[in-house]
Design a protein around this ligand. Structure first.
Ligand code: GDP
Ligand code: MG
Length: 669
């Protein structure tokens, strides 16, 4: 049996999905986190699966989320629907419920967040709801794992009972007349196309184009429909979509008047309004955001992360020393010994030591996201992003981009306009991803030890500024037009749950570890081999006669105008394409540093502070790693477009780094 899990954004679908299946999908207090559908088996019910679908407000065919959900329901025909409803926001949530009911599929209503309803002293009369809607209503709290067993039992029971017979008909007046007359006209078409009749008729009243195609209506029939709808619009004096919305809300209002008893505004609402008065203040909102980010960076790089990193480095040095000793005792072949210690241990170790910083940074970011603050920032940023031709919607992928460009580029799928989507895909990689952090950390330690957090922030800000400038350019040239209006619901502020935050951190750490032991591991071996042998595969004594040096020297002149013509720098940039952390591991190998704490002190031989900054600028902006390139190709749907994007980003990086280097020289740095 297959159940579809359907509800508004942020009503707790993923939380419920995790409870039902025992899996650990990402939960965020942030609309738009679930883009794809995800499947899982219900616990202790081997042959019942549940599919987590993206959150939607309506079954219209406009946004990617709506299309995914609607197609799933109409084409894959699940055996049952679990409609999850946020009980603290029941009026708005029931709007979708009414549309789902028209599908005439077995359905149960999971009334979520009952813990909050209870805490506010409000009550919802379940009997009235069940009687009026004619669907089983089960009160639950996905977060506290309450009512889940009952929900499973009821869902299985309802699904095995098969198609429900409903007596209830919530339409009234003119709309009622229109729906029912259309139903007669299209009855045989709906049957042939296997679309629920009532749903099809309602959608036609709304003027839903894909439905007209699905039903294969003739011109005459479309004419009849238009006449009926026009008649309805004339009598009501509103347009077709508004007429249906009004009718649904009128029904919901009368239902809730009977079933919901409220004692004034809820505590959460009052609290949220108070907090929002400050955090989304017209003037202070952005300064507050910058201050919060500054605090996060300072804590991550200056206080907590740095301390943990020191410990980690010591640990790695210890392990390396032990391995070194063991290999020496074993009297292993010296070339092999060098490969293991100077290649793999130095390379992988140098990357691993940055794990604490990344985990700590993501600890803070997930606190901000889970509390509901980031949704406010998207809202505040909308007016700013609009100036560069994007909407607040694009803020979500860009924010994810600070973690990793791959999911960020995938998240652009939620953008409904093609123009906004392409522009966001092009600009998102300029948001500095977390894999670049190790590079910044090593270089700032070497050249700007006093001002490390400041230089770091400068780099992040530079990425954003470049994106803004390019956005302005795009808006006037490549992507003329306006971004779509931005509607995002602000979730209530919530205390972040320890489970969700831990999960988030673990996800990041796991990702990082996997990369360190797969792609970085391979890259270190390749780099070590290329730099230890010459073209005739003799072991070299001086690495500047190695194969790698030969390759690096070909490319190095390209970077000479940027201040870092050293072949080792250009080699590191190239290996950085496998994964950005590889820049650090490559430098560790090329400098024969042994372990990462020795990399920084050796860099001043290769760079001046100015050329180091130019190198960082280039690293910040140049084309993303292979994984991100693949994502860009997938989302743009064309390899050539992706290549053009990469060439574009690398050119931008070159030009900006050139500018930074020469401006710096002029200013006498
Ligand atoms: P989705 O967008 O519908 O998948 O919603 P999520 O599962 O990501 O949850 C959104 C937010 O609601 C998260 O902050 C959850 O911790 C919170 N949440 C989910 N279920 C409950 C519940 O039953 N009670 C309370 N108080 N919070 C919940
Ligand atoms: Mg979700």
């Amino acid at each position: 049996m297959v159940f579809a899990l359907i509800g508004n954004q942020n009503c707790g679908k993923t939380t419920l999905f995790n409870q039902l299946t025992g899996s650990n999908q990402h939960v965020g207090n942030f609309p738009g986190v679930t883009v794809d559908k995800k499947e899982g088996t219900i616990r202790k019910q081997k042959d019942a699966t549940v599919v987590d679908l993206p959150g939607i407000y309506s079954l219209s065919p406009y946004t990617a989320e709506e299309i995914v959900t609607r197609d799933f329901l109409l084409k894959e025909k699940p055996d049952g629907i679990i409609n999850i409803v946020d009980a603290t926001n029941i009026e708005r949530n029931l709007y979708l419920t009414l549309q789902l009911m028209e599908l005439e599929m077995p359905m149960v209503l999971a009334l979520n967040m009952m813990d909050e309803v209870r805490a506010n002293g409000n009550t919802i009369d379940l009997d009235i709801l069940q009687q009026e809607l004619e669907i089983p209503v089960i009160p639950i709290s996905a977060l506290k794992n309450e009512g889940i067993e009952e929900l499973i039992t009821q869902a299985l029971k309802t699904a095995s009972a098969g198609t429900p017979r409903r007596r209830m008909d919530f339409c009234q007046g003119e709309v009622h007349r229109a729906i029912h007359s259309l139903a007669h006209v299209i009855e045989d078409h709906a049957e042939a196309a296997k679309v629920p009749l009532r749903f099809a008729a309602t959608k036609l009243v709304e003027g839903d184009q894909p439905m007209i195609q699905t039903l294969r209506l003739s011109h005459n029939e479309v004419d009849i429909i238009d006449h009926v709808v026009e008649e309805m619009e004339d009598t009501l004096g509103t347009d077709r979509e508004a007429a249906l919305a009004d009718m649904r809300y009128a029904y919901i209002e009368s239902l809730c008047a009977k079933a919901v008893i409220r004692h004034g505004e809820s505590r959460e609402q009052i609290r949220s309004t108070k907090i929002d008065n400050v955090l989304t203040h017209r003037i202070f909102a952005i300064p507050i955001f910058l201050l919060i980010m500054l605090l996060v960076f300072w804590l991550t790089f200056g206080v907590i992360g740095a301390g943990l990193q020191g410990l980690f480095e010591m640990g790695i040095a210890q392990v390396t020393a032990l391995a070194d000793q063991a290999l020496t005792d074993f009297a292993i072949n010296p070339v092999m010994h060098a490969l293991i210690i100077d290649g793999v241990f130095a390379g992988v170790g140098s990357v691993l030591s940055f794990m604490p910083i990344i985990v700590v940074l993501f600890f803070f970011l997930s606190l901000l996201e889970d509390s509901g603050y980031m949704a406010r920032v998207a809202f505040v940023m909308d007016s700013l992003l609009r100036k560069i031709g994007l909407s607040g919607r694009s803020f979500v992928p860009m924010l994810i981009g600070f973690g990793c460009s791959v999911p960020a580029i995938m998240a652009t799928r939620t953008l409904s306009s093609d123009r906004d989507r392409k522009m966001t895909i092009l600009l998102t990689p300029f948001m500095s991803c977390s894999a670049k952090l190790p590079i910044y950390a090593v270089f700032t330690a070497a050249f700007f030890p006093e001002n490390a957090p400041l230089v770091m922030i400068l780099l992040y800000v530079m990425g954003m500024v470049v994106a803004v400038i390019l956005g302005l350019l795009f808006k006037e040239t490549l992507f003329k037009g306006n971004p779509v209006p931005f509607v995002m619901e602000l979730p209530a502020y919530r205390l972040p749950s320890a489970k969700s935050v831990t999960l988030h951190m673990w996800d990041k750490a796991k990702d990082f570890l996997v990369r360190a032991f797969t792609i970085i591991f391979l890259a270190t071996i390749v780099i070590w081999v290329l730099q230890s042998f010459d073209i005739r595969f003799n072991v070299v004594t001086d690495s500047s006669t190695s194969m790698l040096a030969a390759i690096g020297k070909v490319i190095a002149p390209v970077f000479a105008p940027l201040g870092f013509g050293d072949w080792r720098a250009s080699t590191a940039l190239i290996t950085g394409l496998t994964a950005k952390e590889a820049v650090v591991s490559t430098l560790a190998i090329l400098l024969e540093a042994g372990d990462v704490s020795h990399v920084a002190p050796m860099l001043p031989g290769m760079f001046t502070p100015l050329s180091a900054f130019s190198f960082l600028t280039f690293t910040l902006l140049y084309m993303p790693c292979v994984a991100a390139m693949a994502a860009v190709k997938r989302e743009l749907g064309s390899g050539w477009a992706a290549l053009a994007a990469m060439a574009f980003q690398t050119s931008v990086a070159w030009v900006v780094a050139f500018g930074v280097y020469h401006l710096g020289m002029l200013l006498g740095f």
